[in-house]
Design a binder for this molecule. Structure first.
Ligand code: PLP
Length: 411
C-alpha cells in the first residue's frame, strides 16, 4: 500500500534495545487506565514536588513573568550569562574556584545534560561505572550513547554507601567515567567526604572522568551536610549536575545546569563535542533560565521544609514509621532527597518479578510505587516510595502495602 509505512513495520531503532526507563513504564500505563475507570490511585512514583502542593518560591515566578518579554529569542547555546554567573558564584561559595562562566552549560533540566554529556563522550562499547541502585536515566543514557553501563554496588548494610572495592573490581581498559549520585536517588544516602575521596582516588588512578549528579544537594535531613565532589577533587575532571527541579520545586520549567571543574587540557576535544551538541539544540528554554539567578541568590525556602516540623521532614518520618509497622520490611533512614527505598525480606516475601509485584499492588490496593529493578537494583526485593504526598496519604498508602503483603504468597 502507498499509505502509512507502505506495509512495512516501522520499528524502533536498535539504539533503543537496551534503553529502559521504568519510572514512566508499563505500570504507569496501568495506573492511567485505572484512573480512567474512575479509581483514585495514591501516587508514590514520581519525584515531582509541585503537584503535591509544594509551590515554587514566589520571587521565582515573579522574575520569570517580568522577564518574559525579553525571553522570546534564542540565547547563547551555553545559556544566559546572568544564570551562568549565579552558578559560578554558587560553586565559589563552596570553595570550588576553577569554575568560570565558560565552564557552565544550561540545559532543559539535568536530564538533557546527562544525555548530552554521555553522547559526547562514548564510543560503542565504552564503559561507564554507574551506581546500583541508580537514577535510571544514567543507565539508559549510557546505553543510548552506545556505551555499556557497568553497575557498582552501593551497600545497604553500610547505609547505602558505594562499595569502593566493588568499583575497583569493575574497572576495565574501556572504563571512561564514573557516575556519583549524591544525595542519592533512590536510597537517600548522603556521602561523607571520606567516601568521595576514596572514589576520587580510584578516578585518579585509572584516569576516569567523574559525573556527579547533585540535584538533591539542598534536600538534607538530621543535620546531614552535602559535599560537592568537585570540592574534594579539584585536580580531577569533574562534571557537576544540578538544577531547579527539586530544591526550588519547578521541575516543569526544565532548568538545569552542568559545570566543568578541574584540569581541562586533556578534555578539549570532549568539550568541543559538548559544544557541538549544545549548538545543535540551539539553547535551553530561556524563560526558565531567568529563574536561576533569583533562585540561587534568594531565600532558600527549602530549608524550612527539611527541618523538623517541615513537610518533607514530617513526611519522611511518617513513611518510615508506617514501614516500620510491616513485618519483614526494613528501611535505611534516608539523609537526603525525597524517597524511601525499603527492603522486603525475600525469605518472607518470595517476589520473583518485582514489576509484576507492583502491578498487582496497584490493581489490588490502588497504590503506585516503582519496583527496585527500575533503578537497576539486581534483586526483586526493593520498592521506591516518594515522600512528597501528605503524611496522611503516605500512612494510608504504606498501610495498604502492609495489607497487600500480609496476604502475599509470591503469586
Ligand atoms: N538526577 C536525579 C538524581 C534525579 O532524581 C532527577 C529527577 O528525578 C534528575 C536528575 C532529572 O532532573 P531534571 O528535572 O533536572 O531533568
Amino acid at each position: 500500500s502507498s499509505f502509512g509505512t507502505g506495509g512495512r513495520d516501522l520499528r524502533q531503532s536498535r539504539k533503543l534495545q537496551d534503553v529502559c526507563y521504568d519510572i514512566r513504564g508499563p505500570v504507569l500505563q496501568e495506573a492511567k487506565r485505572l484512573e480512567e475507570e474512575g479509581r483514585r490511585i495514591i501516587k508514590l512514583n514520581i519525584g515531582n514536588p509541585a503537584p503535591f502542593g509544594f509551590e515554587a518560591p514566589d520571587e521565582i515566578l515573579v522574575d520569570i513573568v517580568r522577564n518574559l518579554p525579553t525571553a522570546q529569542g534564542y540565547c547563547d547555546s551555553q545559556g544566559l550569562l546572568s544564570a551562568r554567573t549565579a552558578i559560578v558564584n554558587h560553586y565559589q561559595e563552596q570553595q570550588i574556584e576553577s569554575i568560570t562562566v565558560d565552564d557552565v552549560w544550561l540545559g532543559n533540566g539535568v536530564s538533557e545534560l546527562i544525555t548530552m554529556s554521555l553522547q559526547a563522550m562514548l564510543d560503542n562499547g565504552d564503559e561507564v561505572l554507574v551506581p546500583a541502585p541508580d537514577y535510571p536515566l544514567w543507565t539508559a543514557a549510557t546505553s543510548l550513547a552506545g556505551g555499556v553501563p557497568v553497575h557498582y554496588l552501593c551497600d545497604e548494610r553500610n547505609g547505602w554507601l558505594p562499595d569502593i572495592e566493588d568499583i575497583r573490581a569493575r574497572i576495565t581498559p574501556r572504563s571512561k567515567a564514573i557516575v556519583v549520585i549524591n544525595p542519592n536517588n533512590p536510597t537517600g544516602a548522603v556521602y561523607p567526604p571520606g567516601v568521595l575521596e576514596q572514589i576520587a582516588d580510584v578516578a585518579r588512578e585509572y584516569g576516569l572522568a567523574v559525573l556527579s549528579d547533585e540535584i538533591y544537594d539542598k534536600i538534607l535531613y538530621d543535620g546531614a551536610v552535602h559535599t560537592a565532589f568537585a570540592r574534594v577533587a579539584p585536580d580531577l575532571f569533574v562534571l557537576t549536575f544540578n538544577g531547579l527541579s527539586k530544591a526550588y520545586r519547578v521541575a516543569g520549567f526544565r532548568a538545569g545546569w552542568m559545570a566543568v571543574s578541574g584540569p581541562k587540557k586533556h578534555a578539549a576535544s570532549y568539550l568541543e563535542g559538548i559544544t557541538i551538541l549544545a549548538n545543535m539544540r540551539l539553547c535551553a528554554n530561556v524563560p526558565a533560565q531567568h529563574a536561576i539567578q533569583i533562585a540561587l541568590g534568594g531565600r532558600q525556602s527549602i530549608r524550612e521544609l527539611v527541618l523538623p516540623g517541615g513537610r518533607l521532614h514530617e513526611q519522611r518520618e511518617a513513611a518510615l514509621t508506617a514501614l516500620d509497622k510491616i513485618p519483614g520490611v526494613s528501611c535505611v533512614r534516608p539523609s537526603g532527597a525525597m524517597y524511601v527505598f525499603p527492603r522486603l525480606d525475600p525469605e518472607r516475601y518470595p517476589i520473583k518479578d518485582d514489576q509484576q509485584f507492583v502491578l498487582q499492588l496497584l490493581r489490588e490496593q490502588h497504590v503506585l510505587v516503582v519496583q527496585g529493578s527500575g533503578f537497576n537494583w539486581p534483586e526483586p526485593d526493593h520498592l521506591r516510595i516518594v515522600t512528597l504526598p501528605r503524611a496522611d496519604d503516605l500512612t494510608e498508602a504504606i498501610g495498604r502495602i502492609g495489607s497487600f503483603l500480609s496476604d502475599y504468597d509470591g503469586g
